[in-house]
Design a protein around this ligand. Structure first.
Ligand SMILES: CC(C)(COP(=O)(O)OP(=O)(O)OC[C@H]1O[C@@H](n2cnc3c(N)ncnc32)[C@H](O)[C@@H]1OP(=O)(O)O)[C@@H](O)C(=O)NCCC(=O)NCCS
Length: 166
């Protein structure tokens, strides 16, 4: 898949989205622990899913360094966002939106009828981001996030007739 570039004020792009390589996985695993604590994806899970899962690992670089990532996949039926994160130091600059644009573009490119995700019910920032992309509440999955036992909201967006939220 081709990299995507984001607009900056000058000639050089402010950010670049690219596929993560195997060499990037230890960095991602370290960010998971830093950002998600006990419910982080483990290094073993990441490496196994990267090698054998029906998933795509994407990273976003700012000034040549990785500052965020997404994981998504298509099983031929549903397009699914499995992970999305921007490191705390780089938040609030549109990088989450850029990763969502990349996810939505790929879902549409694959011809998926809809896209799905789960988000913690108390994650107001992510909820606002997803709602801006047209995601709507479907149902609650009780105690989805372990070991915390936090409920997840399942969200879906229909892709036919999709209009960007930004
Ligand atoms: C969710 C996350 C990826 C957003 O990344 P980001 O780069 O800060 O997001 P952006 O700067 O692109 O902002 C996108 C939208 O998110 C929402 N948002 C971002 N920061 C916000 C804040 N401080 N308060 C409220 N809403 C906020 C807004 O809707 C914003 O759109 P706007 O700029 O038009 O108002 C980031 O906060 C993150 O990594 N959080 C921890 C991991 C996480 O919760 N991931 C989601 C798991 S389901």
């Amino acid at each position: 898949m081709t990299p995507a570039e984001g607009a900056g004020a000058g000639a050089a792009p402010a950010w670049v989205i690219r596929d993560l390589g195997r060499a990037d996985l230890p960095w991602m695993a370290a960010q998971e622990v830093r950002m998600f604590g006990a419910s982080a994806w483990s290094r073993e899970l990441i490496q196994h899913d990267y090698l054998y899962g029906l998933t795509r690992y994407r990273g976003i670089e700012l000034d040549g360094g990785l500052v965020g990532y997404s994981v998504y996949g298509y099983d031929g039926d549903a397009f699914h966002l499995l992970n999305l994160a921007v490191v705390p130091e780089a938040r609030g600059r549109g990088l989450g939106r850029a990763l969502m644009d990349d996810f939505m573009a790929e879902a549409r490119h694959e011809g998926a009828p809809d896209a799905w995700l789960e988000v913690a019910v108390d994650n107001e920032i992510a909820l606002a981001l997803y709602r801006a992309y047209g995601f709507e509440d479907v149902r609650i999955r009780r105690k989805y996030y372990q070991p915390e036992g936090l409920d997840a909201l399942v969200m879906r967006v229909q892709l036919s007739g999709y209009e960007p939220g930004f």
